[in-house]
Ligand binder design. Structure first.
Ligand code: GLA
Length: 339
């Protein structure tokens, strides 16, 4: 179709009555994707730059340069910003868990270090960040045990989760505090996430929302599972945000590495699925406040090479040259007409 794409409404305008539209960014993409970001998105998340290891490599040393540049970008362009992330089992400095001689510290030491970290980071961005992913990916994917085992659980059992939320709330009582996870729509893991959230709420922990990472593909998860997950999370009275949306063209472990451009039939399937997903999200707009993509355009995605080395991916609404893809046209047509 030869539509004059420059006339299309921006993504953030198509959904301005529904939710914020966000993108994960880094110091490179705020340059290379600046026009696209400022035209279509009204919220950003730092891809890596606010993770523990990036901002706090040693106990007495914080490194905020890159994170500050991203916060400056948001401020300059009037965009909102999500904070990601305070407690995670990955990309976290090893010193946090260990004494100088290398042994694991006790719980009290871990908690006082965590409190200092959260206090410093959350207060620094108080005026920039309206919502934090306080705890990321604490639930085990498989099996019956609720939490993933990590140095966090080894030292501090289950308590670190509630503590982290309390520290974050003390540091910035106005910030919305989220628990964030992937495979959030798979029934087994969803039910464990729900049980965790319910127990935090019962203990009076200051938690306001659940982040659905939404690293999805053309086939998985099913729309019925996404709907059921949204309903279960929303029934807890929490706010919902999609925090890391991307729609891979491949099943997770599809070993297809021969493609150098996306086949038209897959782009068509992607367009259909994006439209169906946004229709579903709009149905639940009373509970969903924000939809953030884990990137903005196909020139840069963590899915290139992951999890299959040598496999290029094209998960977004904009192509490698930042042009609108069939999925964008589909959404623009569906939602502009609905206005
Ligand atoms: C998880 C994390 C993100 C990011 C992605 C992969 O979803 O929450 O911060 O690391 O993995 O890039």
């Amino acid at each position: 179709m030869n539509r004059d794409t420059d006339q299309a409404r921006a993504l953030k305008e198509l959904f301005e009555d529904d939710f914020l539209i966000g993108a994960a960014v880094n110091p490179r993409t705020i340059g290379t994707q600046e026009n696209l970001l400022t035209r279509h998105f009204n919220c950003i998340t730092a891809e890596n730059e606010m993770k523990f290891i990036n901002v706090h490599p040693e106990e007495d040393r914080y490194t905020f340069g890159d994170a500050d540049r991203l916060a400056d970008f948001a401020r300059k362009h009037g965009m909102k910003m999500r904070g990601h992330t305070l407690v995670w089992h990955n990309q976290t400095s090893d010193w946090l868990f260990r004494s100088k001689s290398g042994e694991l510290v006790d719980k009290a030491t871990l908690f006082s270090r965590l409190k200092a970290h959260i206090d410093t980071v959350v207060k620094r961005y108080k005026n920039d960040i309206y919502a934090w992913d306080v705890v990321n990916e604490a639930i085990a994917d498989e099996g019956e045990s609720r939490l993933r085992s990590s140095l966090w659980t080894e030292i501090a059992g289950t308590e670190f989760i509630a503590e982290a939320f309390r520290y974050a709330h003390e540091a910035d009582p106005n910030a919305l505090l989220f628990y964030n996870d992937y495979n959030e729509s798979h029934p087994h893991k969803r039910d464990k996430i729900v049980a965790l959230l319910r127990s935090l709420l019962e203990q009076g922990v200051p938690i306001h929302g659940v982040g659905l990472q939404a690293h999805w593909n053309l086939y998985d998860p099913g729309l019925d599972d996404i709907r059921a997950a949204i309903e279960k999370y929303a029934s807890l009275g929490l706010r919902l945000q999609l925090t890391e949306l991307d729609l891979s063209l491949f099943r997770f472990d599809d070993r297809r590495t021969d493609l150098t451009s996306p086949p038209a039939e897959l782009l068509e399937l992607q367009a259909e699925r994006y439209e169906a997903i946004f229709r579903l999200l709009q149905e639940y707009r009373a509970s969903i406040d924000s939809v953030t993509f884990w990137g903005a355009a196909d020139d840069y995605t963590w899915l290139d090479d992951f999890p299959v080395r040598g496999r290029k991916n094209w998960p977004f609404l904009f192509d490698e040259r930042h042009q609108q893809k069939p999925a964008f046209h589909r959404i623009a047509g569906a939602f502009a007409a609905a206005d």
